[in-house]
Design a protein around this ligand. Structure first.
Ligand code: BES
Ligand code: MN
Ligand code: ZN
Length: 505
């Protein structure tokens, strides 16, 4: 179901919608003709309900502090079923706070089973229309396609309008349109991640990526199992060969004319991670359907890139495999030769993500990127370190770190830099091959990042993002942009947009 989001000039009370949300900076009661009264625009609402709002505001001590919400039903006195007053406090909202606010409002409207929502905005928020529109899409998101009968939702939020007293410029309309497109693109990543593993396997994930590319004017190439073997992508082959559903590698490309920079993104696409022969415990294994969230992010991200049309060349690469135990599966003790040429001793078939990423990164190297970014649900250790609302990132140098850090600040996503501690490299030493694929129990997220660094060749700027926490958390109904599947996409977009700006300077 698609959601229509628009921005209009008008008065809050004249909007027609089931739910009206009025976004308000902190306020104090004013005196009118010697009596206590509500400031504009609440005074008009109060008049329409014969002073009931003023009484409620006083009783609830509502003063529009940040995150303070006052909900009431006007019982036929206004054209809305429900009105939400949403406080923003004294300080201006930044991009991330604006996005979260809109997400919360959309979430409540969806909860009220409303199909239409009007949001009256203060002028101070007109500069944040894009994150506000993103937030609407993210907040209204749910994954309900497999519910039938009574469980199936009967309504969905279908129309949202931002209402402002100011004149609406073409830029403002464009901001809302872009925000809606970007939010919808992140939801594409979430949908793919939430799909069950009997539906999303390497080939069907590739099909989804190719369909997205076709619909959005991007180039798409798929290397099938035969091609993977022919090219010598030994690590991707090893991980994927134990499954009936054979591995593949998807390459999506956005190649505008006159681009001065090339950014390449890689995402782990393990459509189900049983652990392979080093099999995982049964409890919670179903969560490992999300182990393709990195690749899902690539699909959503590339769809957003197609909408944004930056002056930077952008590539998305998805190594896809299902990690299964089988008579044809790779085993602990195996030694495999990577696409790059280095040999890897397998000590744990559950450390499969870094293997398929290594070969994909070698493929990426051939594109000679100015910046290489990989993202993956790579380690449980990362979830232990940061919990489920934040991702980790590692950079191979100061320049990459500065640029990526700035993108994180722009997006407002919770992504924290971690150190590439050189002393942990010893954990990856093998007696029989160039490297082994897993280190010790301690420092597991770092040793995984160090393994990947072995495959960046001479690439100057590289960032590895471990999105395991957010991707596994509360996956279906996670709406807060702080976490959930799709985490990272907004930061990747900010990275490319910042690069576009630098390009023009
Ligand atoms: N997909 C998992 C990582 C993971 C675990 C993500 C839990 C989210 C929640 C990955 O393939 C894996 O199994 N990693 C192992 C590595 C270990 C064997 C060195 C891990 O983290 O335990
Ligand atoms: Mn694993
Ligand atoms: Zn995995």
């Amino acid at each position: 179901m698609s959601l229509k989001i628009q921005v209009r000039t008008g008065k809050a009370l004249e909007a027609s919608a089931e739910v009206l949300a009025v976004v308000l900076p902190a306020f104090q009661l004013v005196k009118k003709k010697g009596k206590e009264a509500l400031p504009a625009p609440l005074d008009e609402i109060d008049a329409a309900v014969d002073g009931a709002l003023l009484a409620l505001v006083k009783k609830e001590e509502f003063s529009a502090k940040k995150d303070q919400v006052l909900a009431f039903s006007p019982h036929g006195r206004l054209g809305f079923d429900r009105v939400l007053l949403c406080g923003t406090g004294d300080a201006a909202l930044d991009t991330a706070a604006a996005r979260t606010l809109a997400a919360k409002i959309a979430r409540s409207a969806q909860g009220e089973k409303a199909k239409s929502l009007a949001i009256a905005l203060p002028d101070s928020l007109l500069s944040e229309l894009r994150p506000l529109a993103e937030g609407i899409e993210l907040g209204a998101y749910r994954f309900t396609k497999y519910f039938t009968g009574d469980k199936a939702p009967k309504t969905a939020l279908a129309a949202v309008s931002f209402v402002t007293g100011a004149k609406v410029s073409a830029d403002a309309r464009r901001a809302v349109e872009l925000g809606a497109q970007i939010g919808a693109a992140v939801n594409v990543a979430r949908d793919l991640s939430n799909e069950p593993p009997n539906v999303i396997y390497p080939e069907s994930l590739a099909d989804a990526a190719v369909a997205m590319a076709k619909a959005n004017g991007l180039k798409a190439t798929v290397l099938d199992f035969k091609e993977i073997k022919k090219r010598g992508m030994g690590l991707l082959q090893a991980v994927g060969q134990g499954s009936e559903r054979k591995p593949c590698l998807v390459h999506l490309a956005y190649t505008p004319k006159n681009a001065k920079k090339r950014y390449v993104f890689v995402g782990k696409g393990v459509t189900f991670d049983t652990g392979g022969i080093s099999i995982k415990p049964a409890a919670g294994m179903q969560e490992m359907k999300h182990d393709m969230s990195g690749a899902a992010n690539i699909v959503g991200f590339m769809q957003a890139i197609a909408a944004l049309k930056p002056d930077v060349e952008v590539h998305g690469i998805m190594p896809c495999a299902e990690n299964m135990p089988d008579g044809t599966a790779y085993r602990p003790g195996d030694v495999w030769t990577s696409y790059e040429g280095k040999t890897v001793e397998i000590v744990n078939t559950d450390a499969e993500g870094r293997l398929i990423l290594a070969d994909a990164m070698t493929y990426a190297q051939k594109l000679e990127p100015d910046f290489l970014i990989d993202n993956a649900t790579l380690t449980g250790a990362c979830v232990v370190a940061l919990g489920t609302t934040a991702s980790a990132w590692y950079a191979n140098g100061d320049e990459a770190a500065k640029e990526f850090g700035a993108a994180v600040t722009t997006s407002g996503e919770q992504m924290w830099r971690m150190p590439l501690l050189e002393e942990l490299k010893d954990q990856l030493k093998s007696e029989v091959a160039d490297l082994k694929n897993a280190g010790d129990r301690y420092g597991g997220s770092i040793s995984a990042a160090l393994f990947l660094r072995e495959f960046i060749g001479s690439i100057k700027n590289w960032v590895h993002a471990d999105i395991a926490g957010p991707a596994m958390a509360d996956r279906t109904f996670r709406w807060d942009p702080k976490g959930g599947t799709g985490h990272g996409v907004l930061t990747f977009l900010a990275l490319v947009e910042n690069a576009t700006r630098q390009d023009r300077e």
